[in-house]
Design a protein around this ligand. Structure first.
Ligand SMILES: [Mn+2]
Length: 452
């Protein structure tokens, strides 16, 4: 079977990148079963970094295996090797080995120890050398009969006497380009790949490495090289499903490229399930719904569309859940606010702005548990004050946005005058000022402070 097609989201993966890869791999494998290609084609979800806590919890709850980490998509030894090569025990005769080589039309056989572990290779070259060396005797004055006798005798010889022991060993995950160099420098045309227990799991020849296969990849939730797996320019991107701006991934051939201005990639994948009439199992529905909910902040983000709302309705019906309740549960799984590192809470989503001669920082933290965040006010303010001091901001404004209550708590460190004047409020260095209806820094806060 060919190497699996990898389905993978962006670097530093979010819940949408994880769940969309998992759900699309499921859909593709179902479609492959339907059109009879499942025996030769497998789709495998992967990820480019650690799992976000909410992905971990939702996949575990529904017994879905987490995607494996994909270190790169460069071609590897395993992508070209002949798996499960033909082997013979060390005590078979040269005649038997020779017949097998001819029958299989190959140049080398793996020779094994009694316990089946790798011992060496028997090659057509070694056998030929053995025969030609018999004829050397003619030059030494032996008669033809004696040479013929030696040749016949050689057929009954054990392969162990002709075995090649100095064979290059390659790591199955090794980069193909390194393997090529090593193999060209090696005296033999073949290299072997062993497993941890010393069994030979593959054989690689010089003609194998000449093909330079490309790993096949489907990108979800990104189409930008900077966000893609290492080695992406060497791989073959065969499909893209995304909801971000169109960037710079290039392909040699036309491919299916689905890009829609909707709230999440999971939204588009849900639509694909429906388009092909493939039933969405509960676990996959939960993964998809959780991804739509995190990407659209429970459908409250300005990026959420009527299309997202419709897919949420469809998935919630399968799961028999209230979508908002479900979304809140997913957000809570991100980890209690109490455990969030303060630096991350304040700085993960923070932007600097130029305000006259000053630079200000406006940060935002979205939560479903505002009281838990406010319990840590002292720590939060201390961190805000510290970055204001060290980076010389006029002020640091933190919006703690309560997704459910649909408003933001304003907290300022440094000079609060501009914020107070702009919003007609009274921010001090203690407690926050609740601003109902303020959800978007980009649309409702930054432009007003900057007087735009
Ligand atoms: Mn997304």
């Amino acid at each position: 079977m060919a190497s699996p097609v990898i389905i993978v989201g962006h670097r530093n993966p979010d819940n949408d990148s994880i769940c969309s890869a998992v759900a699309l791999a499921y859909l593709k494998n179902e479609l492959a079963k339907r059109d009879g290609t499942a025996d030769t084609l497998v789709y495998e979800p992967a990820r480019l970094g650690p799992m976000p806590p909410e992905s971990k919890s939702i996949l575990a709850e529904y017994g879905i295996e987490a995607p494996k980490v994909l270190p790169h998509v460069h071609a590897r030894v395993i992508d070209v090797m002949t798996a499960d090569p033909i082997s013979v025990p060390y005590d078979v005769t040269v005649l038997d080995a020779g017949r097998l080589l001819r029958q299989e039309n190959i140049r080398a056989l793996v020779v094994t120890n009694e316990d089946g572990t790798y011992r060496g290779l028997i090659t057509t070259r070694a056998i030929a050398n053995r025969y030609i060396s018999s004829t050397d005797r003619l030059e030494e004055g032996a008669n033809a009969m004696a040479v013929a006798a030696d040749l016949i005798e050689s057929l009954g010889q054990k392969v162990d006497e002709l075995i090649e022991r100095d064979v290059l060993q390659l790591d199955r995950e090794g980069l193909l380009k390194d393997a090529v160099e090593d193999l060209m420098a090696s005296s033999l045309r073949e290299a072997v790949v062993l497993d941890e227990d010393g069994f030979c799991i593959g054989i690689v020849t010089r003609s194998d490495v000449a093909q330079r296969p490309k790993r096949r990849v489907i990108l979800v939730d990104h189409n930008e090289t900077r966000q893609a797996a290492l080695g992406i320019e060497e791989a073959e991107v065969i499909e893209i499903v995304d909801h971000h701006r169109i960037a710079d991934v290039m392909t040699a051939n036309p491919i299916p490229f689905t890009n829609l201005p909707v709230g999440s990639t999971a939204t588009i994948i849900t639509m694909e399930f429906r388009k092909y009439g493939v039933e969405v199992p509960k676990g996959i529905a939960a993964a998809l719904l959780s991804a739509i909910m995190t990407d659209t902040v429970i459908l409250k983000s300005p990026t959420a569309t009527a299309i997202d709302v419709e897919q949420v309705r469809y998935l919630a019906e399968i799961l028999e859940v209230d979508p908002t309740e479900f979304g809140l549960k997913v957000f809570r799984a991100r980890g209690g606010e109490g455990r969030f590192p303060i630096k991350e809470l304040v700085e993960a989503d923070s932007k600097e702005f130029q305000l006259g001669d000053h630079v200000v920082l406006i940060a935002q933290h979205e939560t479903v548990d505002l009281p838990a965040v406010m319990q840590r006010e002292d720590e939060i303010r201390a961190h805000m004050a510290q970055i204001r001091e060290t980076r010389g901001y006029e002020f640091v404004l933190l919006l703690v946005t309560d997704i459910m209550a649909e408003g933001s708590m304003f907290m300022v460190e440094g000079n609060p005058r501009t914020v107070n004047r702009t919003f007609g409020i009274e921010c001090t260095h203690e407690g926050g000022v609740w601003m109902p209806g303020i959800l978007s820094r980009k649309k409702q806060v930054a432009p007003r402070i900057l007087g735009m």
